[in-house]
Design a binder for this molecule. Structure first.
Ligand code: IMP
Ligand code: MG
Length: 183
């Protein structure tokens, strides 16, 4: 039986501090404007709820919408297909949209979601991610631009916590940790 172990990569305090920085950057860039934050479920739940609460409503008129996509099966390997399980409800035409994702891995999920959202003719679409694993990027998506990133890029670890899961487990950890399997 393989035993799972988790080593802390980013503590809850570090996450909170980096989200403060990101929130100030967003307030600055969208000052006096409206912003629809589209949370990619389920992984970005903690991220979007903490980040949105750090943005001052007197500076940016924040709205929250959700979309659900899955490119993963039950384990740790990315699948080739992206399924949309739940679509956005807000009227996005002519509005500023920010896709909020937990982690960019191959980039396929985000690429597909931004492609879909552009169909609604928003005035802008930006990408915001908690984490980035560029070494895993699909070669066809090597130019994918992440506009707002909470942490510097990480190595090819499998990470869990703060919304990120392994077969739906560990999302509720308050920190981000590296998951490994021991014999
Ligand atoms: P992509 O389409 O390959 O970029 O996959 C992105 C999605 O895969 C993310 O939204 C996560 O849900 C999941 N994912 C990728 N890497 C990890 C990881 O290290 N831990 C947990 N989930 C991950
Ligand atoms: Mg996800």
């Amino acid at each position: 039986m393989k035993k799972e172990s988790i080593e802390v990569l980013f503590t809850a305090d570090e996450i909170s501090r980096n989200l403060d920085t990101l929130a100030r950057q967003i307030e600055n860039d969208y000052l006096g404007q409206e912003l629809v934050m589209v949370s990619v479920l389920t992984g970005s739940m903690m991220f979007v709820s903490d980040l949105a609460r750090k943005i001052d409503n007197n500076k940016v008129d924040v709205r929250i919408d959700i979309i659900s996509a899955s490119s993963y099966g039950l384990g740790t390997e990315s699948g080739d297909r992206v399924n949309i399980n739940l679509d956005t409800r807000e009227h996005l035409k002519g509005r500023n949209v920010m896709v909020v994702e937990d982690i960019v891995d191959t980039g396929k999920t985000l690429n597909f979601i931004t492609y879909l959202l552009k169909y609604h003719q928003p005035s802008s679409v930006k990408i915001c991610a908690l984490l980035n694993k560029p070494s895993r990027r699909d070669p066809a998506l090597k130019d994918l631009k992440i506009d707002y990133l909470a942490f510097p890029s990480i190595e090819d670890y499998f990470v869990v916590g703060y919304g990120l899961d392994c077969a739906q487990k560990y999302r509720n950890l308050p920190y981000v940790g590296i998951l490994s399997f021991e014999e």
